[in-house]
Design a protein around this ligand. Structure first.
Ligand code: SR1
Ligand code: MG
Length: 397
């Protein structure tokens, strides 16, 4: 069967044809995609099976830009690798259909998008443990530490994704500093402050350029590539990372940096314009503990797992694992800084900041993020502990 773009009218028939569990009975369906790139359908029957179908169109879903549909193949291969190296923390893959550029995966209904839950002041006791399992499992499993050198190179090649990486290079590492074509979206009361503290700061532009170069050249391990709190489903008992469409082989610190930045957006909102249900002080304390714990658990799990998976005799040299971790943490702090800055001033802002209604609260929350971002990026080689991240958030007064 040749490719056609699925719709709510055709997706049930498609699922019935592809999945034996769906052949009998009446099914409901809904297009539930909220991203720019792909179409996402949920197909289900009450008290019966359900599935998520994600399909790449010839044009991106919202901006109608032409990107290669091969991105669906890359994403399905990433999900396969995630199920191998981080099973239980990602949706199960049912099939990838190369003709339709469509993937069928586990329906995670019952989970909540973490960004939304954090904006409501909810806390998740398992999160730091689960997400560090995911990151460490993926990074060590797909890098030259845990993978045969020839297989790793073949996988790097298969995951090369210039179009999606180009978006990251532009949105995270270029536009926020240069305001190219005026695409930044700076909150009007912060315009002068951003001009003085970001656009006119040549030192931060230089540091961001160095981080961009690392992103473009360090093919160290398979990344999720967009590990923000909108790419994570949570319940009290479960954490599921989804949507690895920006994944590729990149610097090992990238996912950790993006994740910590997005927890920091929740902190900035909670401290400047809290709208959650639980007591604010309790929520802020949980966020601070979680940010620090994510970094510290990551470090200890990385060092513990390194010894279990390393095969190359040279990489067993005394001091190599802590050196690699130090390089990784510096990259993570740089990316955390870049993400804090771009989601505040760039075109793809985060709801944590952009839905703050109180003007003074939003002004302060955004300045906290840019100030912390500059600190972590500039001093990334000294930002090795969870406390460095927490302290960076408290710099702007
Ligand atoms: C054009 S896509 C904008 C942003 O949303 C995604 O989640 C990525 O972070 C990308 O930078
Ligand atoms: Mg996405």
């Amino acid at each position: 069967m040749s490719y056609y773009l699925l719709t709510e009218e055709t997706v049930v028939e498609y699922v019935k044809r592809k999945l034996p569990a769906f052949t009998q009975g009446e099914f409901c369906c809904k297009e539930i995609g909220d991203g720019n790139l792909n179409y996402v359908f949920r197909v289900w029957r009450e008290e019966g099976p359900s599935v998520i179908i994600k399909q790449a169109g010839d044009l991106s879903r919202l901006s109608k830009v032409a990107y290669s549909k091969d991105r669906a193949r890359i994403e399905a291969e990433i999900l396969t690798a995630q199920n191998a190296f981080a099973a239980g923390v990602v949706p199960e893959l049912y099939f990838y259909d190369p003709e339709m550029n469509a993937t069928a995966m586990e329906d995670l209904t019952g989970h909540t998008i973490m960004r939304k839950a954090l904006m409501e002041g909810e806390t998740f006791p398992r999160f730091a443990d689960d997400i560090t399992e995911f990151m460490v499992g993926m990074l060590l499993g797909t890098s030259d530490v845990g993978m045969n050198h020839a297989e790793k190179k073949a996988r790097v090649k298969a995951a090369v994704n210039p179009e999606l990486c180009g978006i990251t290079e532009r949105l995270i590492f270029t536009e926020p500093y240069l305001n190219l074509e005026g695409k930044n979206k700076v909150f009007e009361p912060n315009l002068e402050w951003v001009k003085k503290n970001l656009y006119e700061d040549e030192r931060i532009r230089l540091e961001a350029a160095k981080c961009k170069m690392a992103f473009m050249n360090k093919a160290e391990a398979l990344l999720h590539g967009d590990l923000h709190t909108g790419s994570i489903f949570v319940t009290e008992e479960s954490t599921k990372v989804f949507d690895p469409e920006f994944g590729f082989y990149g610097p090992m610190g990238f996912d950790l940096g993006m994740l910590t930045a997005n927890l920091m957006f929740a902190w900035a909102r909670a401290t400047c314009a809290y709208t959650g249900k639980s007591p604010r002080a309790q929520f802020v304390a949980w966020l601070e503990e979680t940010i620090a714990e994510v970094v510290e658990l990551f470090k200890s799990k990385f060092l513990a797992s390194f010894g279990e998976v390393v095969a190359d005799p040279m990489l067993k040299a005394r001091g190599f694992a802590p050196w690699l971790l130090g390089e990784l943490l510096a990259d993570a702090a740089g990316v955390c800084g870049a993400e804090l800055i771009r989601r505040t001033v760039g075109m793809a802002g985060v709801a944590d900041l952009r839905t703050i209604e109180d003007e003074a609260g939003r002004v302060a929350a955004e300045r906290i993020c840019v100030t912390a971002g500059k600190q972590l990026m500039t001093y990334r080689f000294q930002s090795m502990s969870g406390d460095d991240y927490v302290e960076a958030m408290k710099l702007y007064r």
